[in-house]
Write a protein that binds this ligand. Structure first.
Ligand SMILES: NC(=O)c1ccc[n+]([C@@H]2O[C@H](COP(=O)([O-])OP(=O)(O)OC[C@H]3O[C@@H](n4cnc5c(N)ncnc54)[C@H](O)[C@@H]3O)[C@@H](O)[C@H]2O)c1
Length: 349
C-alpha cells in the first residue's frame, strides 16, 4: 500500500539521527523517500543505519526538490540555512517542518511564514521541549488555572555546550554566521519558548547579559535575562553552555501556590500549594502529578504528520516560533546595548 506522506530530510546530522528518523519509524503513514546532505558519506551512513535505500540520497537539496517525490520536507541543517530551504520547499507546495530556531533573523522567519500562507502549506517548527511529557503535564496543569493568577515565571536551560551535543567544539554552533549565536540561540530559544507557551503570556520587554568565558569563543556561552510581560508579570531565564549535567527547569508563581518542572528529577512536576485560607500563605501540601513516559503526540514528527493528514494547524506554527525568536533577538540587542529592549522589535532584525 502506498504510504500517505513521503518525507525528505535535508541534513543528515545529529538531530536527524537522534530524533527525526527514530520518530518517523513510528509513523505508519510516513515514508522517507529522500535524504539530503552535502556530505555523501554522512547521508550514506544514515541511510544504512535506518535501512533507507542509497538511491534515495541527494547531495543538493535544490536538485532533490526537482526530482524526488515528496510531500513533506524536514529542514535539519545549521540555523542560518533554514529559511532558504524552507521557503524553496514551500514554494513547490511541500509541507515543512523545520528545526528550532525557526531562523536567525525575523526577516527570514517572515519570509517562511509568508511562503506557507501563499502556498497553503503547513509550516511547523520543532520546539522539542513542548513534546516533553513533563512540559505537556505542566501545560495541562497550568491550563486549569488552579494556581490563580501567575505573577512571576522563571526558567533555566543548560548543558555542557557544543562538546555535549556535537561531540566537538569545532562545529557550526560556534560560528556566528551559521548559528546566529551561541547558548542563547541554541538553548535559550527553548526556554524562551517554554515560558511563553506554558504561561500563555507575551513578553513586553527584556534586559539581558551575555557572557563569554573563553577568549577563543566568538559566541556567548551563557546568558541571563530579565523579562516583563504585557500583563505586568515579571520573569527571568538563564541559558548556558556551562551546565553539567543537562538541566531544564521552570517555575510558575501563582496566587495560591507554585508549579515547578525539572527534567531528570524524581518529581519532574511539583505543585506546592499554600495552606488554604491562611492569610500568611504558609506552606501547604505538595502534589506530584503523574507524568507519562512519553509525549501524548509521540513527538514532533508524528504530531506534524497527524496535522497534515487531518488538515489541522500545528500549534508551533511559524508565527509562534517567530515570537520566541523575537525574544532571543531582543535579548541579543539588550546584551549589546546594555539597555532594556521593548517588543515588538524594530524592522531590521
Ligand atoms: N530540537 C532540538 O532540541 C535540537 C537539538 C539539536 C539541534 N537542533 C537543530 O537541528 C539543526 C541541525 O543540528 P544538528 O545538531 O543536527 O547539526 P549537525 O551538524 O549534526 O548536522 C547538520 C547536517 O547538515 C548538513 N548540511 C549542512 N549544510 C547543508 C546543505 N546546504 N544541504 C544539505 N545538508 C547540509 C551537514 O553536512 C550536517 O550533516 C539545527 O538547526 C539545530 O539548532 C535541534
Amino acid at each position: 500500500m502506498k504510504p500517505s506522506l513521503r518525507v525528505a530530510l535535508v541534513g543528515c546530522g545529529k538531530i536527524t539521527e537522534r530524533l527525526a528518523l527514530p520518530q518517523l519509524r513510528r509513523c505508519p503513514g510516513a515514508e522517507v523517500t529522500a535524504l539530503v546532505d552535502i556530505r555523501r558519506s554522512t547521508a550514506n551512513a544514515i541511510a544504512d543505519k535506518f535501512g533507507i535505500a542509497r538511491k534515495r540520497i541527494w547531495t543538493d537539496w535544490r536538485q532533490m526538490l526537482r526530482e524526488a517525490d515528496v510531500d513533506v520536507v524536514a529542514v535539519n541543517v545549521p540555523n542560518a540555512l533554514h529559511a532558504e530551504i524552507a521557503v524553496a520547499a514551500l514554494r513547490v507546495s511541500k509541507h515543512v517542518i523545520v528545526e528550532k530556531p525557526i531562523a536567525t533573523t525575523l526577516a527570514d522567519a517572515d519570509a517562511m511564514i509568508a511562503a506557507a500562507r501563499a502556498h497553503r502549506r503547513w509550516l511547523m517548527v520543532d520546539q522539542t521541549q513542548r513534546f516533553d511529557p513533563i512540559h505537556e503535564t505542566a501545560y495541562e496543569m497550568l491550563q486549569r488555572r488552579s494556581l490563580g493568577r501567575i505573577t512571576q515565571v522563571r526558567g533555566r536551560i543548560g548543558h555542557a555546550g557544543p562538546q555535549y551535543w556535537a561531540g566537538t567544539t569545532r562545529t557550526w554552533l560556534t560560528d556566528h554566521r551559521r548559528s546566529g549565536g551561541g547558548a542563547l540561540m541554541d538553548v535559550g530559544i527553548h526556554i524562551a519558548d517554554l515560558l511563553r507557551w506554558l504561561s500563555g503570556k507575551q513578553v513586553k520587554r527584556i534586559c539581558c547579559q551575555a557572557m563569554k568565558r573563553s577568549k577563543r569563543m566568538t559566541v556567548e556561552e551563557s546568558a541571563s535575562a530579565l523579562l516583563e510581560f504585557t500583563d505586568g508579570t515579571s520573569g527571568s531565564f538563564e541559558a548556558s553552555w556551562m551546565t553539567r549535567p543537562y538541566e531544564v527547569t521552570t517555575a510558575f508563581y501563582g496566587e495560591r501556590g507554585t508549579l515547578r518542572t525539572a527534567i531528570g528529577s524524581a518529581h519532574p512536576v511539583a505543585v506546592q500549594w499554600c495552606r488554604q485560607g491562611d492569610p500568611n500563605h504558609q506552606r501547604g501540601p505538595t502534589r506530584y502529578p503523574r507524568v507519562p513516559s512519553s509525549s501524548r503526540w509521540g513527538g514532533a514528527y508524528p504530531y506534524f504528520m497527524g496535522c497534515i493528514a487531518k488538515g489541522r494547524r500545528p500549534f508551533i506554527s511559524g508565527e509562534e516560533a517567530r515570537a520566541s525568536l523575537e525574544v532571543i533577538l531582543a535579548a541579543y540587542e539588550s546584551a549589546r546595548t546594555r539597555e532594556w529592549v521593548d517588543m515588538p522589535l524594530r524592522a531590521g532584525h
